[in-house]
Design a protein around this ligand. Structure first.
Ligand code: ARG
Length: 466
């Protein structure tokens, strides 16, 4: 017996039944499904579509099913296809006739997307919370390293001096934008589809606003066809997750590079690295590599969803069942990566001397050119003069800081005795004193701003619970 088999003369072929069943993965939605059904039943009673006693039986029955599911004491049946029909069958088995009234003025089409929206809202808040945790660690490490010099890179070639604090705050800024995207996805998910029915609402006098209020939705879906076929909120979630993963992957890549003997900027914490089964000396950055690696599957889910949706005529189509595994795995992956990344970053020990050493050398060549600009030389000429100076140093195997004033003057008469002071990377940093720049004073301000942003994030309504 199926809940829908009134018109059928033959049973569903066993392979087709297994093929179409979603219970193996959509059982994850049981809490949302029961919560939605309780709200729906209350509304049906309030509208006089079922009696008060029936409503109370339904609510008690659903609560007992929830308790049994929580305790792992329910056997879900693949023949019942999905979580919605499993729970409805269980309910009717437990309370009889009243259970058969629960589906009044409802379809699995509005029910499934209701469940998914409730799930997405809760999970968006969880992802956002772990994201804030990583932001906190970035901010703490930045504060520990306000005066840890390091070379900034372009093309992975040493470019100009920065501090580790400034570098880490760049990741804070990326995650801050991610927070904004999660907040936007939350808003997109915060729409109640119930009442859309299968596609064209219902002839029965229901109250959509009441259900929406009870389930803490800000608004009801405006169009019944859109309500059952819209999965934009899932894509906004997975899209935000893609950018989070891309940012984590870039950070992971830097940690991997910094932990090489060639860079030597960080000591990998034992607790976050592994050895080799063959090479006794190895210490591998597996955790960072896996974060980088898992980025691919999150991108994959996002693209899979876009592809599932692109050819669908309105309204519900069974293709939409494919939305769940993609979203579930995205949620699991992004949460795990954020969590482990926060732990790894907190445990990293940076080698200040190695980083400071690498920050010197030719990274002050632009400062020299700007010195000449202050003396009135057009920048292009100054650039050429310093380029020649660098070439001269390379020929002689010397550093810019080792040259005498006489040698400087051979390249430009504009060089004065104060040029010898230009070679100090800390002075160079102090001179980069603009909003958004790496001067220690600016970075201190940036830390204060980041602290405020984080406090703002943490008071976002999505954390108020439902
Ligand atoms: N398991 C289905 C899904 O995930 C639930 C909705 C089924 N609706 C239908 N008309 N077959 O999409």
């Amino acid at each position: 017996m199926k809940l829908w088999d009134g018109r059928f003369r033959e049973n569903l072929e066993a392979g087709a039944e297994t093929f179409g069943a979603s219970i193996d993965f959509d059982q994850r939605l049981w809490r949302q499904d029961i919560r939605g059904s309780i709200a729906h039943a209350r509304m049906l009673a309030a509208c006089g579509l079922i009696s008060r006693e029936e409503m109370e039986q339904i609510v008690a029955g659903l609560e007992s099913i929830a308790a049994d599911l929580e305790a792992g004491q329910v056997e879900l049946r693949r023949e019942a296809e999905d979580i919605h029909m499993n729970i409805e069958e269980l309910l009717t088995a437990r309370i009889g006739e009243a259970g058969a009234k629960l589906h009044t003025a409802r379809s699995r089409n509005d029910q499934v997307v209701l469940d998914l929206r409730l799930y997405a809202k809760a999970e968006l808040a969880q992802v956002a919370a772990v994201l804030c945790k990583l932001q906190e660690v970035l901010l703490e490490q930045a504060k520990n390293h306000l005066d840890t010099l390091m070379p900034g890179y372009t093309h992975l070639q040493r470019a100009q001096p920065v501090t580790l604090a400034h570098h880490l705050l760049a990741y804070f800024a990326m995650l801050q934008r991610d927070f904004g995207r999660l907040s936007h996805a939350y808003d997109a998910a915060d729409v109640c589809p119930l009442g859309a029915g299968a596609l064209a609402a219902t002839t029965l006098p229901i109250n959509r606003e009441m259900v929406a209020r009870e389930l803490c939705f800000s608004r009801v879906a405006e169009n019944s066809l859109d309500a059952v076929s819209d999965r934009d909120f899932v894509l906004e979630f997975t899209g935000a997750a893609c950018l989070i993963m891309m940012h984590l992957s870039r950070l992971a890549e830097e940690i991997i590079l910094w932990a090489t003997e060639e860079f030597g900027f960080v000591e990998l914490p034992d607790a976050y690295s592994t050895g080799s089964s063959m090479m006794p000396q190895k210490k591998n950055p597996d955790v960072a590599e896996l974060i980088r690696g898992k980025t691919g599957r999150v991108y994959g889910h996002h693209l899979a969803l876009l592809t599932v949706l692109k050819g669908l005529p309105l309204a519900y189509n069974k293709d939409l069942q494919e939305d769940k595994e993609a979203l579930f795995d995205t949620v699991d992956t992004v949460k795990a990566c954020l969590e482990v990344c926060a732990g790894l970053l907190q445990a990293l020990r940076f080698r200040r001397e190695v980083m400071a050493e690498a920050a010197g050398g030719f990274t002050l060549a632009t400062d020299l050119a700007e010195y000449l600009v202050r003396r009135g030389l057009p920048f292009r000429q100054a650039h050429r003069v310093v380029g020649r100076l660098v070439g001269y140093c390379l020929e002689q195997g010397r550093a810019l800081a080792d040259l005498t004033l006489d040698e400087y003057r051979r390249f430009s008469p504009e060089f004065g005795p104060d040029v010898l002071a230009v070679g100090d990377p800390r002075r160079s940093l102090e001179r980069r004193d603009l909003p958004g720049g790496p001067a220690p004073e600016q970075v201190r301000l940036a830390c204060a701003r980041a602290r405020e942003q984080l406090a703002g994030n943490r008071s976002h309504p999505m954390f108020a619970g439902e």
